[in-house]
Design a protein around this ligand. Structure first.
Ligand SMILES: O=C[C@H](O)[C@H](O)[C@H](O)COP(=O)(O)O
Length: 233
């Protein structure tokens, strides 16, 4: 995604701020998107300087970038489950941040992101100020089984929303996720009660994962023109 130099600098500050909190020996969840990419690069620079971490990628894109940055990667199932190391910290971006709740999935990566971010002891969100709003107000990306898209679209309409299949820009047809599924962008207007909507979407047959991240974030790092605002939630 192309951003202005100013916005990109703010994203970089947020990413670097979160990356600076990673400790030696940590297992780190590596988020997806342009802001998380700054964090991955900053962690990579610290690895060059001797930091010893293991990364868990949340997408094809974050895996590629982590490899380029020299971050040793492990699979999620190597560090989770009984007697496993667990994930110490995850750093990830967001499309909207309101009261610590998030909408994610602008890049279609929210299913794996939620697995990793929710499993982490600390989940740090990195964002620029344009992501902060009073209420969650943009369409919620919902990953669906391909054959279930009509069923899910009907359920979304019954819940007061409107679902649109996400189409690819440079190919005819839909966006296919890293998991081989489709995406419905579900517009509900302003979402007054994200927890209730999250539960409704999660209960809908055919939904693989939705992009509402409710009560998962621990810290929000917002890069600004002047520096970084860090807030615990
Ligand atoms: O699926 C993509 C992710 O949820 C991203 O973290 C989110 O879209 C934010 O991306 P960006 O930092 O590029 O705005």
């Amino acid at each position: 995604m192309k951003t202005s130099g100013g916005t990109d600098a703010m994203k970089r500050r947020a990413g670097e701020s979160a990356a600076s909190t990673v400790d030696d020996g940590d297992v780190v969840g590596l988020g997806t998107g342009s802001t998380a990419a700054h964090a991955i690069r900053a962690i990579g620079e610290r690895v060059d300087g001797g930091l010893d971490v293991r990364g868990v990628a949340t997408s094809f894109a974050s895996r590629e970038l982590a490899i380029e940055c020299g971050i040793h990667l492990v699979d999620l199932d190597e560090v989770t489950g009984p007697d496993s190391a667990g994930i110490d910290v995850a750093v990830d971006g967001a499309d909207r941040v309101a009261d610590g709740d998030l909408i994610k999935g602008g890049g279609g990566a929210h299913a794996r992101e939620k697995l990793v971010d929710a499993a982490a002891d600390r989940f740090l969100v990195v964002a620029d100020p344009s992501k902060e709003t009073a209420a969650l107000d943009r369409p919620v990306p919902v990953e669906v089984l391909p054959s279930g898209r009509g069923v899910v679209a009907d359920a979304v309409r019954e819940a007061g929303g409107e679902a649109s299949l996400r189409r690819a820009e440079r190919k005819d047809g839909p966006v296919v996720t890293d998991n081989g599924n489709l995406l419905l962008d579900c517009a509900f207007g302003e979402i007054p009660d994200p927890g209730t909507l999250a539960a409704e979407l999660a209960d809908t047959p055919g939904v693989v994962e939705h992009g509402l991240f409710v009560g998962l974030a621990d810290e929000i790092h917002v890069g600004t023109a002047e520096g970084v605002r860090v807030r615990e939630v």
